[in-house]
Design a protein around this ligand. Structure first.
Ligand SMILES: [Zn+2]
Length: 107
């Protein structure tokens, strides 16, 4: 048994809604999960973009940094499990990588 957050009545932990006041006890999991992956996708993209930029700035790599950044971000987004979030991963990866390169004077 759990306590209803609205009326304080006891509700079965298996119930979707409180039988007394009717408030929904469980948020729709699909919405939460999609929101979670959206957030994570943006964070993952940002981190990878920064890592690619840093590896160029510290490593004397002579390849075109922007081209390499884009290809790594594309590989990352392709491997991302949520189809609808691939563009988010890609764009946050490219934009954070570009910003990091720019801030160090690499076009
Ligand atoms: Zn209730």
């Amino acid at each position: 048994m759990i306590k209803c957050k609205e009326c304080g009545g006891e509700v079965s932990s298996k119930a979707d809604a409180c039988p007394k006041c009717g408030v929904r006890l469980k948020a729709k999991p699909s919405g939460c999960i999609v929101g979670f992956f959206k957030l994570i996708g943006g964070i993952v993209g940002t981190i990878i973009g920064l890592m690619v930029a840093i590896s160029f700035l510290s490593g004397g790599d002579k390849r075109d940094p922007l081209q390499e950044l884009e290809s790594r971000c594309r590989a990352l987004s392709d491997s991302y499990s949520i189809e609808s979030e691939k563009p988010t991963v890609y764009s946050s990866c490219v934009s954070s990588g570009k910003a990091a390169l720019k801030s160090r004077g690499v076009n």
